[in-house]
Structure formats: C-alpha cells, structure tokens
Design a protein around this ligand. Structure first.
Ligand code: AMP
Length: 171
C-alpha cells in the first residue's frame, strides 16, 4: 500500500493548530495510485450488491463517482446544506465548534436500496454517521462504508458500529 501512502501529503497544523490535514490531491495526480485506490474499493464491495453509492461533498465525489461507475451503481450526492434543489432530506450533526448539515435529494435513494457510503477521510465519524442516517431516513439500507484513509485515534469507526467499514490506509 506504499504506492498509496506515499501520495498522501500531511500538512501539520492546518486548517487549524493540532490538525494534521491529509491532502489526497497528490494521489489523484498519480494515475497508478488513483487507479489502485478505486480498484481496491470496488473489489471490496463488488459482491455486496450495491445499488447506489452515496458520495460525500466534496472530495468524496471524486472517488465515489468512479466506484459507482465500476460497481454498476447509481450515484447519490451528499451535499452541504442549500446546494440541492428541493425536496431534500437533511441531517445535522455536531462539530467541535458548532454544527453541520448535510442533505440528499429525497428521491435519490429508494426503499430497500443497498447504499455504500464513500468519502476520502474517516475522522470523528460524524459526517459518515449523518450520511448513514440520511440513507435510512430515505428508506435505504446502509451496505457499507469505504474510505481512502482513517484516522484511528479519533475512533470514528465507533459511530459506525456494526457496519462493514473499509479504509485503505490507517493513520
Ligand atoms: P469527520 O466527520 O470528523 O469523520 O470528518 C470527515 C470529513 O472531514 C471528511 O469529509 C474529510 O474530508 C474531512 N476531514 C476531517 N479530518 C480531516 C483531515 N485530518 N484531513 C483531511 N480531511 C479531513
């Protein structure tokens, strides 16, 4: 997995002190790494009968769209509040300071559809857990979570308990 890890740039104390930002853009710029990351996620969920991939705004879109394409699944955009036309379903969650709200189009997930959640980074898990809640509110089933990388110390996995979680790299 060195080919992937070598293409993740770590930026200490950005965007604020104490945060080590994981920049995935070098990976996106390197075809063998980008292809390997997408292929690995597709392989992990190939047998999971995924109907839709829910890709999280904004870096999740870049990976999620490709995973959806290769899984022969539909793509659902999980967007920050106010970006999607109505009718939408919303879910708010707590951040360290304040809160954030995510939305999906109400008709983007059908009852019983099996949905895979994709994002670049699993940190505290709030974003992925809120996305799972949106899928359930729409009547869908959360079939799993796929991330490029996971920040293990933040224990985001704990918020997603019981689900199939795949992180290609652990930090
Ligand atoms: P969380 O809800 O705490 O799991 O945060 C996950 C979301 O925030 C993902 O959409 C990531 O893109 C972003 N994120 C959180 N922490 C980092 C980090 N250290 N480096 C890069 N992105 C991050």
């Amino acid at each position: 997995m060195d080919i992937l890890k070598n293409r993740i740039r770590e930026i200490p104390d950005w965007p604020e002190k104490g945060v080590s930002f994981k920049d995935i853009t070098p990976l996106l710029m390197h075809p063998p790494a980008f292809q390997m990351a997408v292929d690995r996620l597709v392989d992990e969920f190939d047998a999971a009968s995924i109907d839709k991939v829910a890709a999280i705004d904004a870096r999740g879109f870049l990976i999620g769209a490709l995973v959806a394409y290769f899984l022969d699944a539909g793509l659902v955009l999980v967007r920050k509040q106010g970006k999607l036309p109505p009718p939408t379903i919303a879910e708010s969650y707590e951040l360290e300071y304040g809160q954030n709200t995510l939305e999906i189009r109400k008709d983007s997930v059908l009852p019983e559809e099996r949905v895979l959640v994709v994002d670049d980074v699993l940190a505290t898990g709030g974003t992925a857990a809120a996305t799972a809640e949106l899928i359930r509110k729409a009547g869908g089933l959360v079939a799993g979570f796929g991330f490029l990388l996971e920040l293990s110390d933040l224990n985001g996995r704990h918020k997603l308990q019981g689900e199939h979680i795949v992180s290609l790299l652990l930090y």
